[in-house]
Design a protein around this ligand. Sequence first.
Ligand SMILES: [Zn+2]
Length: 321
Amino acid sequence: MEPIRIELPIGWSMGSVNAYLFTEPEIVLVDAGVKSDACWDMLADGLAAHGVAPRDISRIVVTHPHVDHFGLAARLVAESDATVWVCELGAPWLVDTARMWTERLDYYRRDLLPPLGLTPQTNDMILWSVRELAASADPVPAGRVVTFRPDGVLQMGGAAWQSIHTPGHASAQTVFHQPETRRLLSADMLLAVAPAPVIDQPAPDGRRAPSLPLFMRSLDAVAALDIDIVYPGHGRPFGDHHAVIARQRERIAGRKAQCLAYICDGQVTIPELLESMYAHQPPEGRIAGLWMLLGYLDLLLEDGAVRAEEAGGVYHYHVIQ
Ligand SMILES: [Zn+2]
C-alpha cells in the first residue's frame, strides 16, 4: 500500500512536518511530529480519518532523531503497546535524551563556537535555541525502542523497505526505499529545498563530521536510486528526484563559489562571511545560515580551495593559490 501522508503543524520555519501511515497489515506510523497538543490533536484527527486511534499503532518508525520527527513518540507509546524503531545510530537521542542534549550544548559551548569568533549575543542565541529544542523532546523508555541497522530492511505496508544511511542534515539520517514500487520515504534527506546540515557533536574522541560534504555524497546515493515518488519529511510528495537533486547541487555549487569569492575579497572570518552571505536575513534568522556557511567552508576545504588558520583563537580562511 501507499504511505498515507498526515501533515502536522510545527511551531517554526517550515510550518509543518509529515507523518506517514500504513494501515495494513499492521498499523505503522513513520515519524511522530513535535511534542505539542496542537500536533497531537492533528495526528489523532489524521489517524481517525483512516479508522485508526493512537492506541492501535503497533510500530512507530523514526527516520532521524530530530524533535520534529519523534516529538510525540513518548506520548504514543504511553497510550499504546507500540514499539519505536530507529536506526541504532539515532537511538541514544530517543533513550538517553538529556545526556545527548547536554553533550551537544557542551560541545557547542566549549569546542564549536569559540573559534568561530561570533559575538557573545549570537553564541547565547544559538545555545538558547539548542535548549529550546532539548525541551521539546521526551525520552522513550528503552524497553520500547527497537533498533535497526543503518542499512537494514523494514517491513511496512506489506512491502520490504530498504533503510539507507544518508548523513548530512542529521548524522543519523535514514531514508527508506521500496525498490519494486519505486517509492522513497526521504525524511529530511531530500526535500523540495535542501535543509541546513545540523551539526552533531562528534564521538568523544572524534572530530566534527563535515556535514555538507556528507550531504552531497548522500545526494549522490539517492540520485542513484530508482524512484517514481518521493515522500518527504516536509511538504508534498513529488516525482522527478533527479531534477530536484540537480537544482540543489547547482544552488550549493553557486553559494560555495560566492563564499570563495568573498574570501578572495578579504572577508576571511566567519562573522564577515556570515554578514555577506546572509545579509538578506535578520541576525536571529541566521543560525541555519551559519550551518550552511560552515558547510560551504567544509566543501572548500575538501576541494583544497581554502585553508583555515587559527589566529587569536579565531578561524581565518585563506585561498590556496
Ligand atoms: Zn524535519
